[in-house]
Ligand binder design. Structure first.
Ligand code: GAR
Length: 210
């Protein structure tokens, strides 16, 4: 079974979805450790409750990104993971770090990429008057939120939506698609090749209801 390290910064509801899928035997892999850049991240409590090893590598203890990413990768590498999963990890990663895990690191981003890379995606979708919004899982490459998309899920935006109501509905989609993508990877069906994501012999993304 594949070894997974999950990186978080906050609530960890996506981590919880992965844990729940692991416990019901549907993940195809094992979460070996959870690492947070913030001591207060509630996801660390979720990991502890599931008897998963936790580490905090606090970015405030490092004077530059290179040193931080070096320390982070040292902790990751003690687990020799097959897959690194970014689950609400709110740090920009250096090129050297990304290169180290290229093809074996996934991120979930709350927009229909390539739309709305970066922060405040829900409010930006509302401000733009978008009728559809959504979430993307992608392989991580040096381009911020720019790696090949594996899977997207869409939601409709209504006039009464706020950033909070969108975030809530996006979360529900995230908790379905992220475990599914991680399972594909663990089954060795999902690969990155020539800067494209592949599932079996098909080029991704897969879009729509999952
Ligand atoms: C998720 O909505 C995820 O898409 C987003 O942070 C949230 C984490 O929620 N990620 C990003 O914005 C990455 N730039 P969680 O801590 O409950 O899993």
């Amino acid at each position: 079974s594949k070894k997974i390290v999950v990186l978080i910064s906050g609530s960890g509801s996506n981590l919880q979805a992965l844990i729940d899928n692991q416990l019901s035997g549907q993940l195809g892999g094992q979460i070996a450790a959870v690492i947070s850049n913030k001591q207060q991240a509630y996801g660390l409590v979720r990991a502890n409750n599931a008897n998963i090893s936790t580490h905090v590598v606090n970015h405030q203890d490092y004077s530059n990104r290179e040193d931080y990413d070096q320390a982070l990768s040292e902790v990751i590498d003690t687990y020799q993971p097959d897959l690194v999963v970014l689950a609400g990890f709110m740090r920009i990663l250096t090129a050297a770090f990304v290169q180290k895990y290229v093809g074996k690191m996934l991120n979930i981003h709350p927009s229909l990429l390539p739309k709305y890379q970066g922060l405040n995606t829900h409010q930006r979708a509302i401000d733009a008057g978008d009728k559809m919004h959504g979430v993307s899982v992608h392989f991580v490459t040096e381009e911020l939120d720019g790696g090949p998309v594996v899977c997207q899920a869409k939601i409709e935006v209504t006039d009464s939506d706020t950033a909070e109501t969108l975030a809530q509905r996006i979360h529900a989609k995230e908790h379905i698609i992220y475990p599914k993508v991680v399972r594909w990877f663990c089954q060795q069906r999902l690969k990155m090749h020539h800067n494209q994501a592949w599932l079996d012999d098909k080029v991704l993304p897969v879009t729509g209801e999952l």
